[in-house]
Every structure is written in C-alpha cells, then in structure tokens.
Ligand binder design. Structure first.
Ligand SMILES: *[C@@H]1O[C@H](CO)[C@@H](O)[C@H](O)[C@H]1NC(C)=O
Ligand SMILES: *[C@@H]1O[C@H](CO)[C@@H](O)[C@H](O)[C@H]1NC(C)=O
Length: 399
C-alpha cells in the first residue's frame, strides 16, 4: 500500500466522481465472435491466418467493403489494436459508431490485425500458450518488428496492392513506430499512418496501475504473482486493490475498475455509453504478455523509447549495457497524431516530443477538442466519430 501513495491522487477525483449506475443489458453481442458480429450487422467478413517467421499464428479480420457496393474506393486500410485489445475493438460499438464499419462504408477494404498473444492470435506452430512459458517471451517489440510486417505483407499480397493506410490505437501506434525504425523498408508500403493516442515516450503518462508497475520496489516475483509471470493475468485481488484505492465510489467505477483494461487506461464518464458495457467487457481485456506491460513500465522509468531492458543480459543480447533506442529518424511514412489532454497513457508532452523526434514525417498533430477525452474514448467514446473519425477519414482521402 505504501507504493500507492507515490501516485498522484488528483486524477481519481476527476475520473471517479458521480457516475450513473450502469444499465447492464443482457447483450448477445457480448458472446458473439468478431465474424459473427460483423455478419449480424450485415457486412461481409473474411478470416485470414498468417504464420510469422518465429511460428506465431495470427488472425486477421477483413471487411472487404461496406453495405453499399457501389461505393468502392479500391484502397486498403489496416487497423492495429492497442494493449489488451483486439480486432474486436474496431467494430464492437456497432455500424453507427465503430471505425471499422465507418471506413468500410466510405469504400475502404478494411483489415484488422491481431498481435501475438491476444485471444485471436493465441496460437503457435510449436508452442502451447497454456503450458510453454517460451510462448510469452515477447513484448510489443516483436509485435512491431515481426507481426505487423507479416500481416501487412499478407494484406498486400491478397489485395495485389503496393501500399496501404495504417491506423493504430495505443500500442498499435507503438508497434508502428517499432516497425518503421526496425524494418524501415516497410515505410514505402504505408500511404499514411494515423496514430490514435500515440504511445512512444512515456515520461508523462499518468495511469496509476502503470505507475505501480514502474515504481514497484518489492520483489518482482510478488508482482508477477499478482499480474502473471508469462501471460498478463491480473488476479482479482490485484484489481480489487486498484478498485478500492482509486475508484471507491459508485457502482459503475467499481465495475469498470475491475476490468484490467479500464483499470489501466481509465475512462471519462461523459464519453461512456453504459448500454455498451456488456459488449465491451465481454471482449476486453483480450490478453497480452506480462512483458508488454513491463516494457512500458521500463519506458516510464527510463524516459527513452528503446528496446526491452534485459538487465545483465543486455551486453550479450545488444552488445551494450543499455538497450538500443528506436531510431525515429528512420520512420519516413507520413504520420498524423491524434491526442488529448486527459489521456492516461499518452501524455501531451510525450506526444509533442514524439512529433519533434519524427521530424518531417510528423505531418500533423491534432488535439482532440473534448478535454475529458481519454485513452479508450478513441474506440468507445460517444463523440469519437464526430471529433476523431471524420477528420481521420478526410485526411486519408488526401493521400
Ligand atoms: C492452432 O493452429 C493449428 C494449425 O497449426 C490449428 O490446427 C489449430 O486449430 C489452431 N488452434 C486454435 C485454438 O485456433
Ligand atoms: C448508446 O448505445 C446504444 C446501444 O448501442 C445506442 O442505441 C445509443 O444510441 C448510444 N447512445 C449514444 C448517446 O451514443
């Protein structure tokens, strides 16, 4: 509990104030798979599998066109989800709202990736995720350096295109920057990249749960007991501790704080649509490796955007005592950043530093007009279509 005292408590007042009681509807969408959901709402869907060079079997979901087949742009967009999320997050809020459907209706051929280790990509040619610890020895470094390039190659091969648009949310932006710097040959395959809640540097991130991990001074094995050694599986005790400490009043805050995704990222009551809760919590958190979170925690401590810190093994792995930084100068694809004042994970100063580091590639950065807009509102926020997607779609049309 001592640890918790190091965290700024001002935030809690902002987020955990008066909130309406959730209207928990028995929503069948909570139990449908991604293809079932897309079919239910009248859109075409395809499921694709890609095997990476290191054996992970990844699932991609495709909405090849919208309902109006006259409106076909013959352009491909690839959407990459964030930490603890999946392809589901681009469609969960339904056709009137979700970006996956909106882009399909605009005439795009929409592909939604899934990173190794989430519920959709929890498979391997050789390793068993339930029994082989080796399966979980990856962070978002491997997702960016291996998974995203493999999925992009597949999409370009199937569609016969040479380039595509890329939209990332949260870790989906991190993995894009990793790809652009580690596999710079992929920059020419990107017409334009759009970062929703960009996460590169993390010095100014305010998520209490991430701070607990970053400032954890106790034995690591105790932390791992609480959140999982290999696969990120926070115990109910750990989430209850977060809930009790940070979200004590109101049924809805307790309810959302008991979900690892919302506990990490926070939420703004004004942007939350309570009738969406069953479907959102039915599909998230969608799974991750513990190392993905530890890698972010390392960034909070180091202030650098660099590869995973293996401690004493760095010398053997990297040939240096500290891990190499990602070279932002190698990222040459046009990039647009969407950020907001109230984002627990993507602090404003960090986004500005990132844009400066990207130099000429940072074509624009847009501060979202709603000051209460939070990290997950880019996906689920009631006004996301008006204050984010409309601009994104018009920018995309320019490239
Ligand atoms: C994992 O991939 C194998 C093919 O290598 C497939 O036979 C199996 O059904 C997959 N398992 C799951 C749970 O998707
Ligand atoms: C909230 O979600 C419900 C169910 O999807 C939808 O009918 C309603 O329009 C949404 N409310 C707002 C304010 O977006």
């Amino acid at each position: 509990m001592l640890l918790l005292k190091t965290i700024p408590s001002v935030l809690l007042l902002v987020y955990c104030s008066a909130v309406p009681t959730p209207q928990l509807t028995s929503d069948e969408d909570a139990h449908l798979t991604v293809p079932e959901l897309i079919t239910k709402y009248g859109y075409p869907v395809e499921v694709h599998h890609v095997t990476t060079t290191d054996g992970y079997i990844l699932t991609l979901h495709r909405i090849p066109h919208g309902k109006n087949t006259d409106k076909v742009l013959n352009k491909v967009v690839f959407l990459m989800h964030g930490l603890l999320c999946s392809s589901a997050d681009w469609i969960l809020t339904g056709p009137d709202h979700a970006l996956g459907y909106r882009l399909a209706d605009e005439g795009y051929d929409v592909w939604m990736g899934n990173a190794r280790g989430n519920h959709q990509s929890r498979n391997h040619t050789r390793l068993n995720p339930d029994t082989d610890a080796e399966f979980w020895q990856f962070s978002w470094h491997e997702i960016g350096a291996i998974d995203v390039p493999a999925m992009i190659d597949h999409v370009l091969e199937v569609t016969g295109k040479e380039s595509l648009y890329h939209v990332g949310h949260s870790q989906g932006t991190t993995s894009f920057y990793v790809m652009g710097s580690m596999r710079p040959e992929y920059n020419s395959k990107i017409k334009a990249h759009f970062s929703l809640a960009p996460v590169g540097y993390m010095n100014h991130m305010t998520s209490p749960l991430m701070h607990i991990m970053a400032f954890w001074s106790g034995p690591l094995d105790l932390l791992f007991k609480l959140i999982g050694v290999n696969e990120f599986l926070p115990t109910n005790e750990f989430l209850a501790m977060i809930g009790d400490t940070f979200c004590s009043d109101g049924d809805i805050t307790q309810f959302l704080c008991s979900n690892a995704l919302f506990a990490i990222c926070g939420f703004s009551p004004k942007q939350m649509n309570a009738s969406m809760f069953p479907v959102l919590t039915g599909h998230t958190p969608a799974g991750a490796s513990t190392r993905q979170l530890v890698h972010y925690a390392q960034e909070i401590n180091s202030g650098a955007f660099r590869q995973f810190d293996f401690g004493l093994k760095n010398l053997e792995i990297y040939g240096s005592f500290t891990p190499p930084s990602y070279d932002l100068k190698l990222i040459t694809a046009p990039i647009y950043l969407f950020y907001s004042h109230n984002d627990w994970m993507a602090g404003e100063q960090d986004v500005i530093r990132l844009c400066n580091g990207l130099g000429d590639s940072c074509k624009g950065k847009f501060l979202v007009s709603d000051n209460a807009f939070n990290h997950l509102d880019y996906l689920y926020g009631i006004s996301a279509p008006q204050i984010v997607y409309d601009r994104l779609i018009s920018l995309m049309a320019r490239h």
